[in-house]
Design a protein around this ligand. Sequence first.
Ligand SMILES: O=C(O)C(=O)CO
Length: 269
Amino acid sequence: MTTDHGLRFCANLGWLFGEVPFEERFDAAAEAGFSAVEYASPYGRSPVELRRRLKDAGLRQVLINSPVGPPGTPTAAGTACLPDQVGEFRDGVTRALDYAVELECPLVHLRAGVRPADVPRDTAFSRYVANVAWAGQLASGAGVRLVIEAVNARDVPGYLLQTQEQAAGVVAAVGSDQVGMLFDIYHCQVSQGDLTTRLEEFLPSIAHIQVADAPGRAEPGTGEIAWDFVFDRLRARGYPGWIGCEYRPANRTADGLGWLTRYAPEGNG
Ligand SMILES: O=C(O)C(=O)CO
């Protein structure tokens, strides 16, 4: 549901409702008033199971990520910029699109990856652009849109894509409506600031937004970002997409959702 207020928020089940096991987070999100969810990795469960959980809770899935390697390995933040991982990357995109189609999920986030020290930046960047272009073509056949996200270097040192300008440049270079930006307000604040200027500049390319406050990455209202100002701007510009709650709740998730009722008074989407 889009309200007159215009902003639609979805719950990231990888980050929110950590008080209960993953399987129970669907119901927890619905009980908290969400009508949509996102999470990075559906791959440990069958699409049939996930579809059932979504349906039973009355939720829709709006974003998944393409697969990444195990934590602590060179592919933990993705394979898209790694010249020796093209096969892995393509297999991962194919798998992600299969899941997205099964879950009726409109967006897949392609993680760029961390550039290895022995790979020149230009080499990693051109591999990345070529991979995203390849994935965009495959995604158009599946009716799914891809998004790419700039991530701050404090949280993920060496991540290839660190600024909104770089992400916008890749979207422009690929030149396909099938690829858009995932603008994470927390990452932008940590790396660059000047949030609303950047949001407004890149709005035509932005297909998804995520939120957390800075510097602690907890709920909006726990840090330095002027959320009234930011959300007013997004509302005034008619941002039509979802806003993913990708934050680490300061306490129990439900206890920290007061901020949301201010910005989505008629329900979270
Ligand atoms: O890894 C992160 O920090 C992300 O924001 C992924 O979406």
